[in-house]
Design a protein around this ligand. Structure first.
Ligand code: SF4
Length: 272
């Protein structure tokens, strides 16, 4: 998500890989009935204790995926704003906490964004080691205890919130999202990346399709701002992560190209 900087293969490359893994890294939980002040680090020395040490490590590894029981976060006073949410679309590679491996997502999910070019949850107050949403923190945050993830595993894939759950039925942007999904399908990217890396006759077709996807993705985002007046910080909610981030997760990078606008090429330093 944070790898927006580069036109080339090198800027942000190391970050891309670590983000892919850290984003869904295990997050230790907080015990209920604690105020934000009370969740300041109490014990940073003790290892392997049976209770949560409230170290905040989980929040630094990434915000939670959201579930239908979290829908209330988006209403009322201090509601979570859609600009604080990123959509991970079906078919994107993501780290599966329960299975412990990177795999294509079987379905869409929404997730609290990271803050400042990092995966640290946008609601984590690093200075106080505290959660800014503590009293109504998301279901995964309530369920997760890093030393015993049974509760999290039981609800992990259940009732995940999607964009459609948060948008009014019939909203005009739904059709635009569907069109974007059809033209920039994350599930295609890994196979195309493999074909591009393999070289040969199919590589040219793969590069053509990837370039088309990158340009289409860019056009959708520009259009959302220019025609619908929706600011860039909302784009990751409406369209998910940009093509540059999706490509980077499969070892591809984008370079500026005078003639075509963008060029897709394998990252020579990428390792699975
Ligand atoms: S919502 Fe709160 S508890 Fe959950 S990851 Fe963010 S800062 Fe941590």
């Amino acid at each position: 998500m944070r790898e927006r900087s580069g036109q080339g293969c090198f800027p942000g490359r190391a970050r891309v890989r670590s983000l892919a893994l850290n984003r869904f890294g295990f997050r230790s939980g907080f015990t209920p009935n604690q105020t934000p002040q009370a969740i300041t680090i109490l014990d940073t020395e003790t290892k392997n204790t049976a209770t949560c040490r409230r170290c905040g490590e989980c929040c630094r590894k990434g915000g939670p995926a959201l579930h239908t029981q979290d829908k209330g976060l988006f209403t009322g006073k201090n509601a979570v704003d859609l600009s604080q949410v990123v959509t991970l679309r079906a078919g994107e590679p993501a780290f599966d906490q329960v299975r412990g491996r990177v795999a294509p997502l079987p379905g869409e999910l929404l997730k609290l964004k990271g803050a400042n070019q990092d995966w640290t949850c946008v609601f984590f107050n690093a200075g106080e080691n505290a959660c800014g949403l503590y009293d109504r923190r998301p279901a995964e945050c309530r369920a997760l205890f890093c030393q015993d993830t049974t509760e999290l595993a039981a609800m992990y894939e259940q009732d995940r919130l999607t964009r459609r759950d948060l948008l009014p039925r019939g909203h005009g942007v739904l059709a635009v999202m569907a069109e974007h999904e059809a033209l920039v399908p994350p599930a295609r990217i890994a196979a195309l990346a493999e074909a591009l890396r393999a070289g040969g006759a199919e590589a040219q077709d793969a590069e053509f399709e990837l370039t088309r996807m990158a340009l289409a993705d860019r056009a959708f985002r520009q259009s959302l701002t220019e025609r619908a007046g929706i600011a860039a910080e909302y784009h990751e909610f409406f369209f998910g992560r940009g093509a540059e981030a999706l490509f980077a997760a499969t070892g591809l990078c984008l370079r500026a190209d005078v003639r075509r606008g963008v060029r897709v090429q394998p990252d020579p330093f990428w390792r699975v």
